[in-house]
Design a protein around this ligand. Structure first.
Ligand SMILES: Cc1cc2nc3c(=O)[nH]c(=O)nc-3n(C[C@H](O)[C@H](O)[C@H](O)COP(=O)(O)OP(=O)(O)OC[C@H]3O[C@@H](n4cnc5c(N)ncnc54)[C@H](O)[C@@H]3O)c2cc1C
Length: 337
């Protein structure tokens, strides 16, 4: 393959950016993104960007969770390609429950799948206070999942766009690619990588959206050093601490294609549950309340498809940050890497 081969990437969300970063040094790349510059319409920009293979093993099969563990290892290499540093941590996550919800914690623990050498550690109140001093006296039971991590997706979006632009990648914003345009691009380019997420729904059999809502808040009175999940019978939430006292509180999961604004009910549930974890959230400032649609297939597994010179990567569901580095690498490895 000549180094001058031309690659079109459709969609500049999470997978599109990862594909561009993996290919930019070897190919001439053009990106086509439907959102206008400075606006976002991707699930990846809404997400909490937690890397949680062990916690997610409760709702996915073991093979997928193991892929997640492999995939996490690729993030530092990807982030090293970027011009400005992006917050990435692997300091584990903490699972807690209020006394009356102990049953939910036990049930969660029982459903965790063993992932090679990685397992959950049962922690008591003193150990919770050691891990997260500001939760001292609030929780007396929990689980610590040392293998887990997270990153700052907003910084990743900004830094990847700046880096790729500097590398000469042509990013065309405000271009909606439908099936006809995709066919045209496959004539004009050596390769087309379709990373349109839910935007590919019309021609991607079985693809559906799974609604998720999050709050991003600024809470100068709260210091947490790692993601914290609250087990609750009705409002299970996570709190992912990002740099500068920003926190992503999420996420609802609703089987709906509705991508309208976050509802009052979800807002109340997310913020009340967060307040029950740490009283310092009372005076926090709400920076954004967002909703997005996770692209998913029936089995909630990602799918790579190739037709001629068109490679499609989709169905990352609620595991895009966890799985995309590995899945995109697999998709590109056969022909392009
Ligand atoms: C609330 C929420 C929380 C989440 N939290 C996590 C988490 O903590 N950890 C985790 O691993 N995953 C998480 N996810 C999942 C993750 O965000 C998705 O799996 C991932 O973003 C999917 O990547 P994608 O590139 O396929 O789609 P997207 O990120 O949605 O990107 C698709 C891009 O294609 C563009 N596009 C669409 N149609 C067209 C078109 N016709 N022409 C041109 N461009 C088009 C879109 O504008 C968008 O920019 C979360 C998702 C949500 C919604």
């Amino acid at each position: 393959m000549s180094t001058q081969a031309r690659v079109a990437i459709l969609g500049f969300g999470l997978t599109g950016r990862i594909a561009a970063l993996m290919l930019a040094e070897r190919y001439q790349i053009s990106v086509f993104e439907q959102a206008k510059q400075g606006t976002e319409s991707s699930a990846g920009s809404v997400a909490a960007a937690m890397l949680a293979p062990l916690a997610e093993s409760v709702i996915c099969d073991e093979a997928l969770a193991l892929q997640g563990l492999e995939s996490m290892k690729l993030w530092p290499q990807l982030l090293a390609k970027l011009e400005s540093p992006v917050f990435f941590q692997q300091q584990g996550s903490l699972i807690v429950a209020h006394g009356q919800d102990r049953g939910d914690l036990v049930s969660f623990q029982q459903r965790l799948k063993p992932l090679k050498d990685h397992s959950a550690e049962v922690v008591n109140g003193a150990q919770i206070a050691q891990l997260e001093p500001e939760l001292s006296g609030v929780f007396h039971q929990g689980l610590y999942l040392p293998c887990e991590g997270q990153l700052d997706n907003q910084a990743f979006y900004q830094s990847s766009a700046a880096t790729l632009t500097k590398q000469g990648v042509e990013i065309n914003y405000g271009v909606h690619c439908d099936a006809a345009q995709k066919a045209q691009l496959s004539q004009a380019y050596d390769w087309v990588i379709d990373c349109r997420g839910l935007g590919a729904k019309a021609t991607c059999y079985g693809l559906r959206g799974v609604r998720g809502e999050v709050a991003r808040i600024y809470a100068p009175e709260v210091t947490l050093t790692r993601p914290v999940r609250l087990m609750h019978p009705r409002y299970p939430i996570y709190i992912a601490p990002k740099p500068d006292h920003q926190f992503v509180i999420g996420a609802t999961e609703i089987e709906s294609q509705d991508n309208g604004e976050i509802t009052v009910r979800s807002t109340l549930e997310l913020l009340s549950a967060a307040y029950s974890v740490h009283r310092g959230f009372a005076e926090a400032r709400v920076l954004s309340l967002l909703a997005g649609l996770r692209p998913a297939f029936k089995d909630n597994h990602p799918k790579i498809e190739q037709q001629g010179n068109v490679i499609s990567i989709n169905g990352l569901y609620r595991h895009g940050y966890l799985l995309a580095p590995l899945i995109v690498k697999q998709a590109l490895s056969k022909e392009l890497l």
